[in-house]
Design a protein around this ligand. Structure first.
Ligand SMILES: Cc1cc2nc3c(=O)[nH]c(=O)nc-3n(C[C@H](O)[C@H](O)[C@H](O)COP(=O)(O)OP(=O)(O)OC[C@H]3O[C@@H](n4cnc5c(N)ncnc54)[C@H](O)[C@@H]3O)c2cc1C
Length: 327
């Protein structure tokens, strides 16, 4: 087998799933991420005495391959079922969601499975990749923080949302650039609230159909979380799009008021976060993007479904095809 040196841009669950499979097959992988931690949109925010999952809220496992992976995460102590009561909520009417549906979360926080997958790969964090260049048949990458980085890769993979991948791919691959251009991601304004007094609402998570918020959840009912009453509320895509250009200061009073109207609660502490590329509007059948001639590839949730499962599967399938090609 030819052992490849592979660079991956993006340490979300797609990039890490791909890196894990490539490493198992004997390839040498380096992952770059602009953040100071791994997990991307599977992330958790910690404040002084409270914290919450402010991206992905839970994950499900429909595909048997991902279901097996989730079992491995559970055995490793980095994921666990979430037994919170989930409902749907329309005009004050509450309907229980399917009680047989299994939902999982990372423990002690949503990014834990990503940290687990990152254990055996070389990580270069706080490196915002700004340019990729092919020199003498090898890929080199430059970052905003460090300029040209001292690596040469046989193969380069962009595991970022499509807008960022498109900028990086540039003119290096016409086909991959077209794939990135065809996809629109929806934004999500997210509101995190710490409450001194627990809310008396009879659910732990709710899909809401007629409100600024399309999802709210009591984060502290997830396993191994802090005991403090913490809520996460996500604005619906249309509202988030309409308010995309507002600053945090401008959006805060709107989200505080919406949360109070919905729950009756006064927030003691709160934070807001804008996910500019939160979720895919429609599902994709692509799985991954591959340009063998230029030794470039794409993976990420946006090539499958905007879920933790979709992202993991995209990275997994890309690695499998590369492993087959270079075995
Ligand atoms: C608010 C919200 C709620 C969600 N809720 C759920 C849910 O309940 N259940 C579910 O299954 N899924 C949910 N999702 C979707 C899920 O989080 C994603 O589908 C999945 O985490 C995407 O993983 P990924 O690896 O494809 O991308 P990401 O997690 O976005 O990873 C991409 C990585 O690339 C890095 N990056 C980008 N550009 C550069 C660059 N130039 N240089 C270096 N690094 C770069 C980023 O920092 C990031 O770490 C939610 C997402 C959001 C935002």
């Amino acid at each position: 087998m030819k052992s490849l040196k592979v660079g991956i841009i993006g340490a979300g669950i797609a990039g890490l799933s791909c890196a894990h499979q490539l490493t198992l097959a004997g390839h040498k992988v380096v992952i770059f991420d602009k953040s100071h931690g791994v997990g991307g949109r599977m992330s958790h925010r910690n404040y002084e005495k409270w914290g919450a999952d402010h991206g992905a809220q839970y994950f499900t496992a429909k595909d048997p391959l991902f279901a097996e992976e989730v079992q491995r995460w559970i055995q490793a102590g980095v994921a666990s079922p979430w037994l919170g009561k989930i409902v749907s909520y329309t005009h004050g009417q509450i309907v229980d969601s399917d009680p047989t549906k299994k939902r999982y979360v990372g423990v002690p926080e949503m990014s834990s499975p990503a940290k687990y997958l990152a254990k055996n790969v070389v990580l270069e964090l706080s490196q915002t990749i700004t340019e990729i260049t092919k020199i003498n048949g090898y890929w080199e990458v430059s970052s905003k923080e460090s300029g040209v980085l001292p690596h040469q890769f046989d193969f380069l993979i962009c595991a970022t949302p499509p807008a960022q991948a498109k900028n990086l791919i540039g003119k290096n691959s016409q086909n991959l650039q077209v794939m990135c251009s065809e996809v629109q991601m929806q934004p999500c304004w997210t509101f995190l609230a710490y409450l001194r007094n627990p809310l008396t609402l009879d659910f732990d998570g709710a899909f809401i159909n007629d409100h600024i918020f399309s999802w709210i959840a009591r984060d502290n009912t997830k396993p191994e979380r802090s005991r403090y009453e913490t809520w996460v509320a996500q604005a619906n895509p249309a509202w988030s799009e309409e308010h995309l250009d507002l600053s945090h200061y401008e959006v805060e009073p709107l989200l505080i008021e919406a949360f109070q109207n919905l729950t009756g609660a006064e927030c003691d502490l709160y934070q807001t976060h804008l996910w500019r590329y939160a979720k895919l509007e429609n599902e994709s059948q692509s799985n991954y993007g591959l340009d063998t001639q230029n030794q470039l590839a794409l993976c990420g949730d946006w090539l499958r479904t905007s879920t933790v499962e979709g992202a993991w599967m995209s990275g997994f399938h890309l690695a499998k095809v590369l492993n087959r090609m270079y075995s």
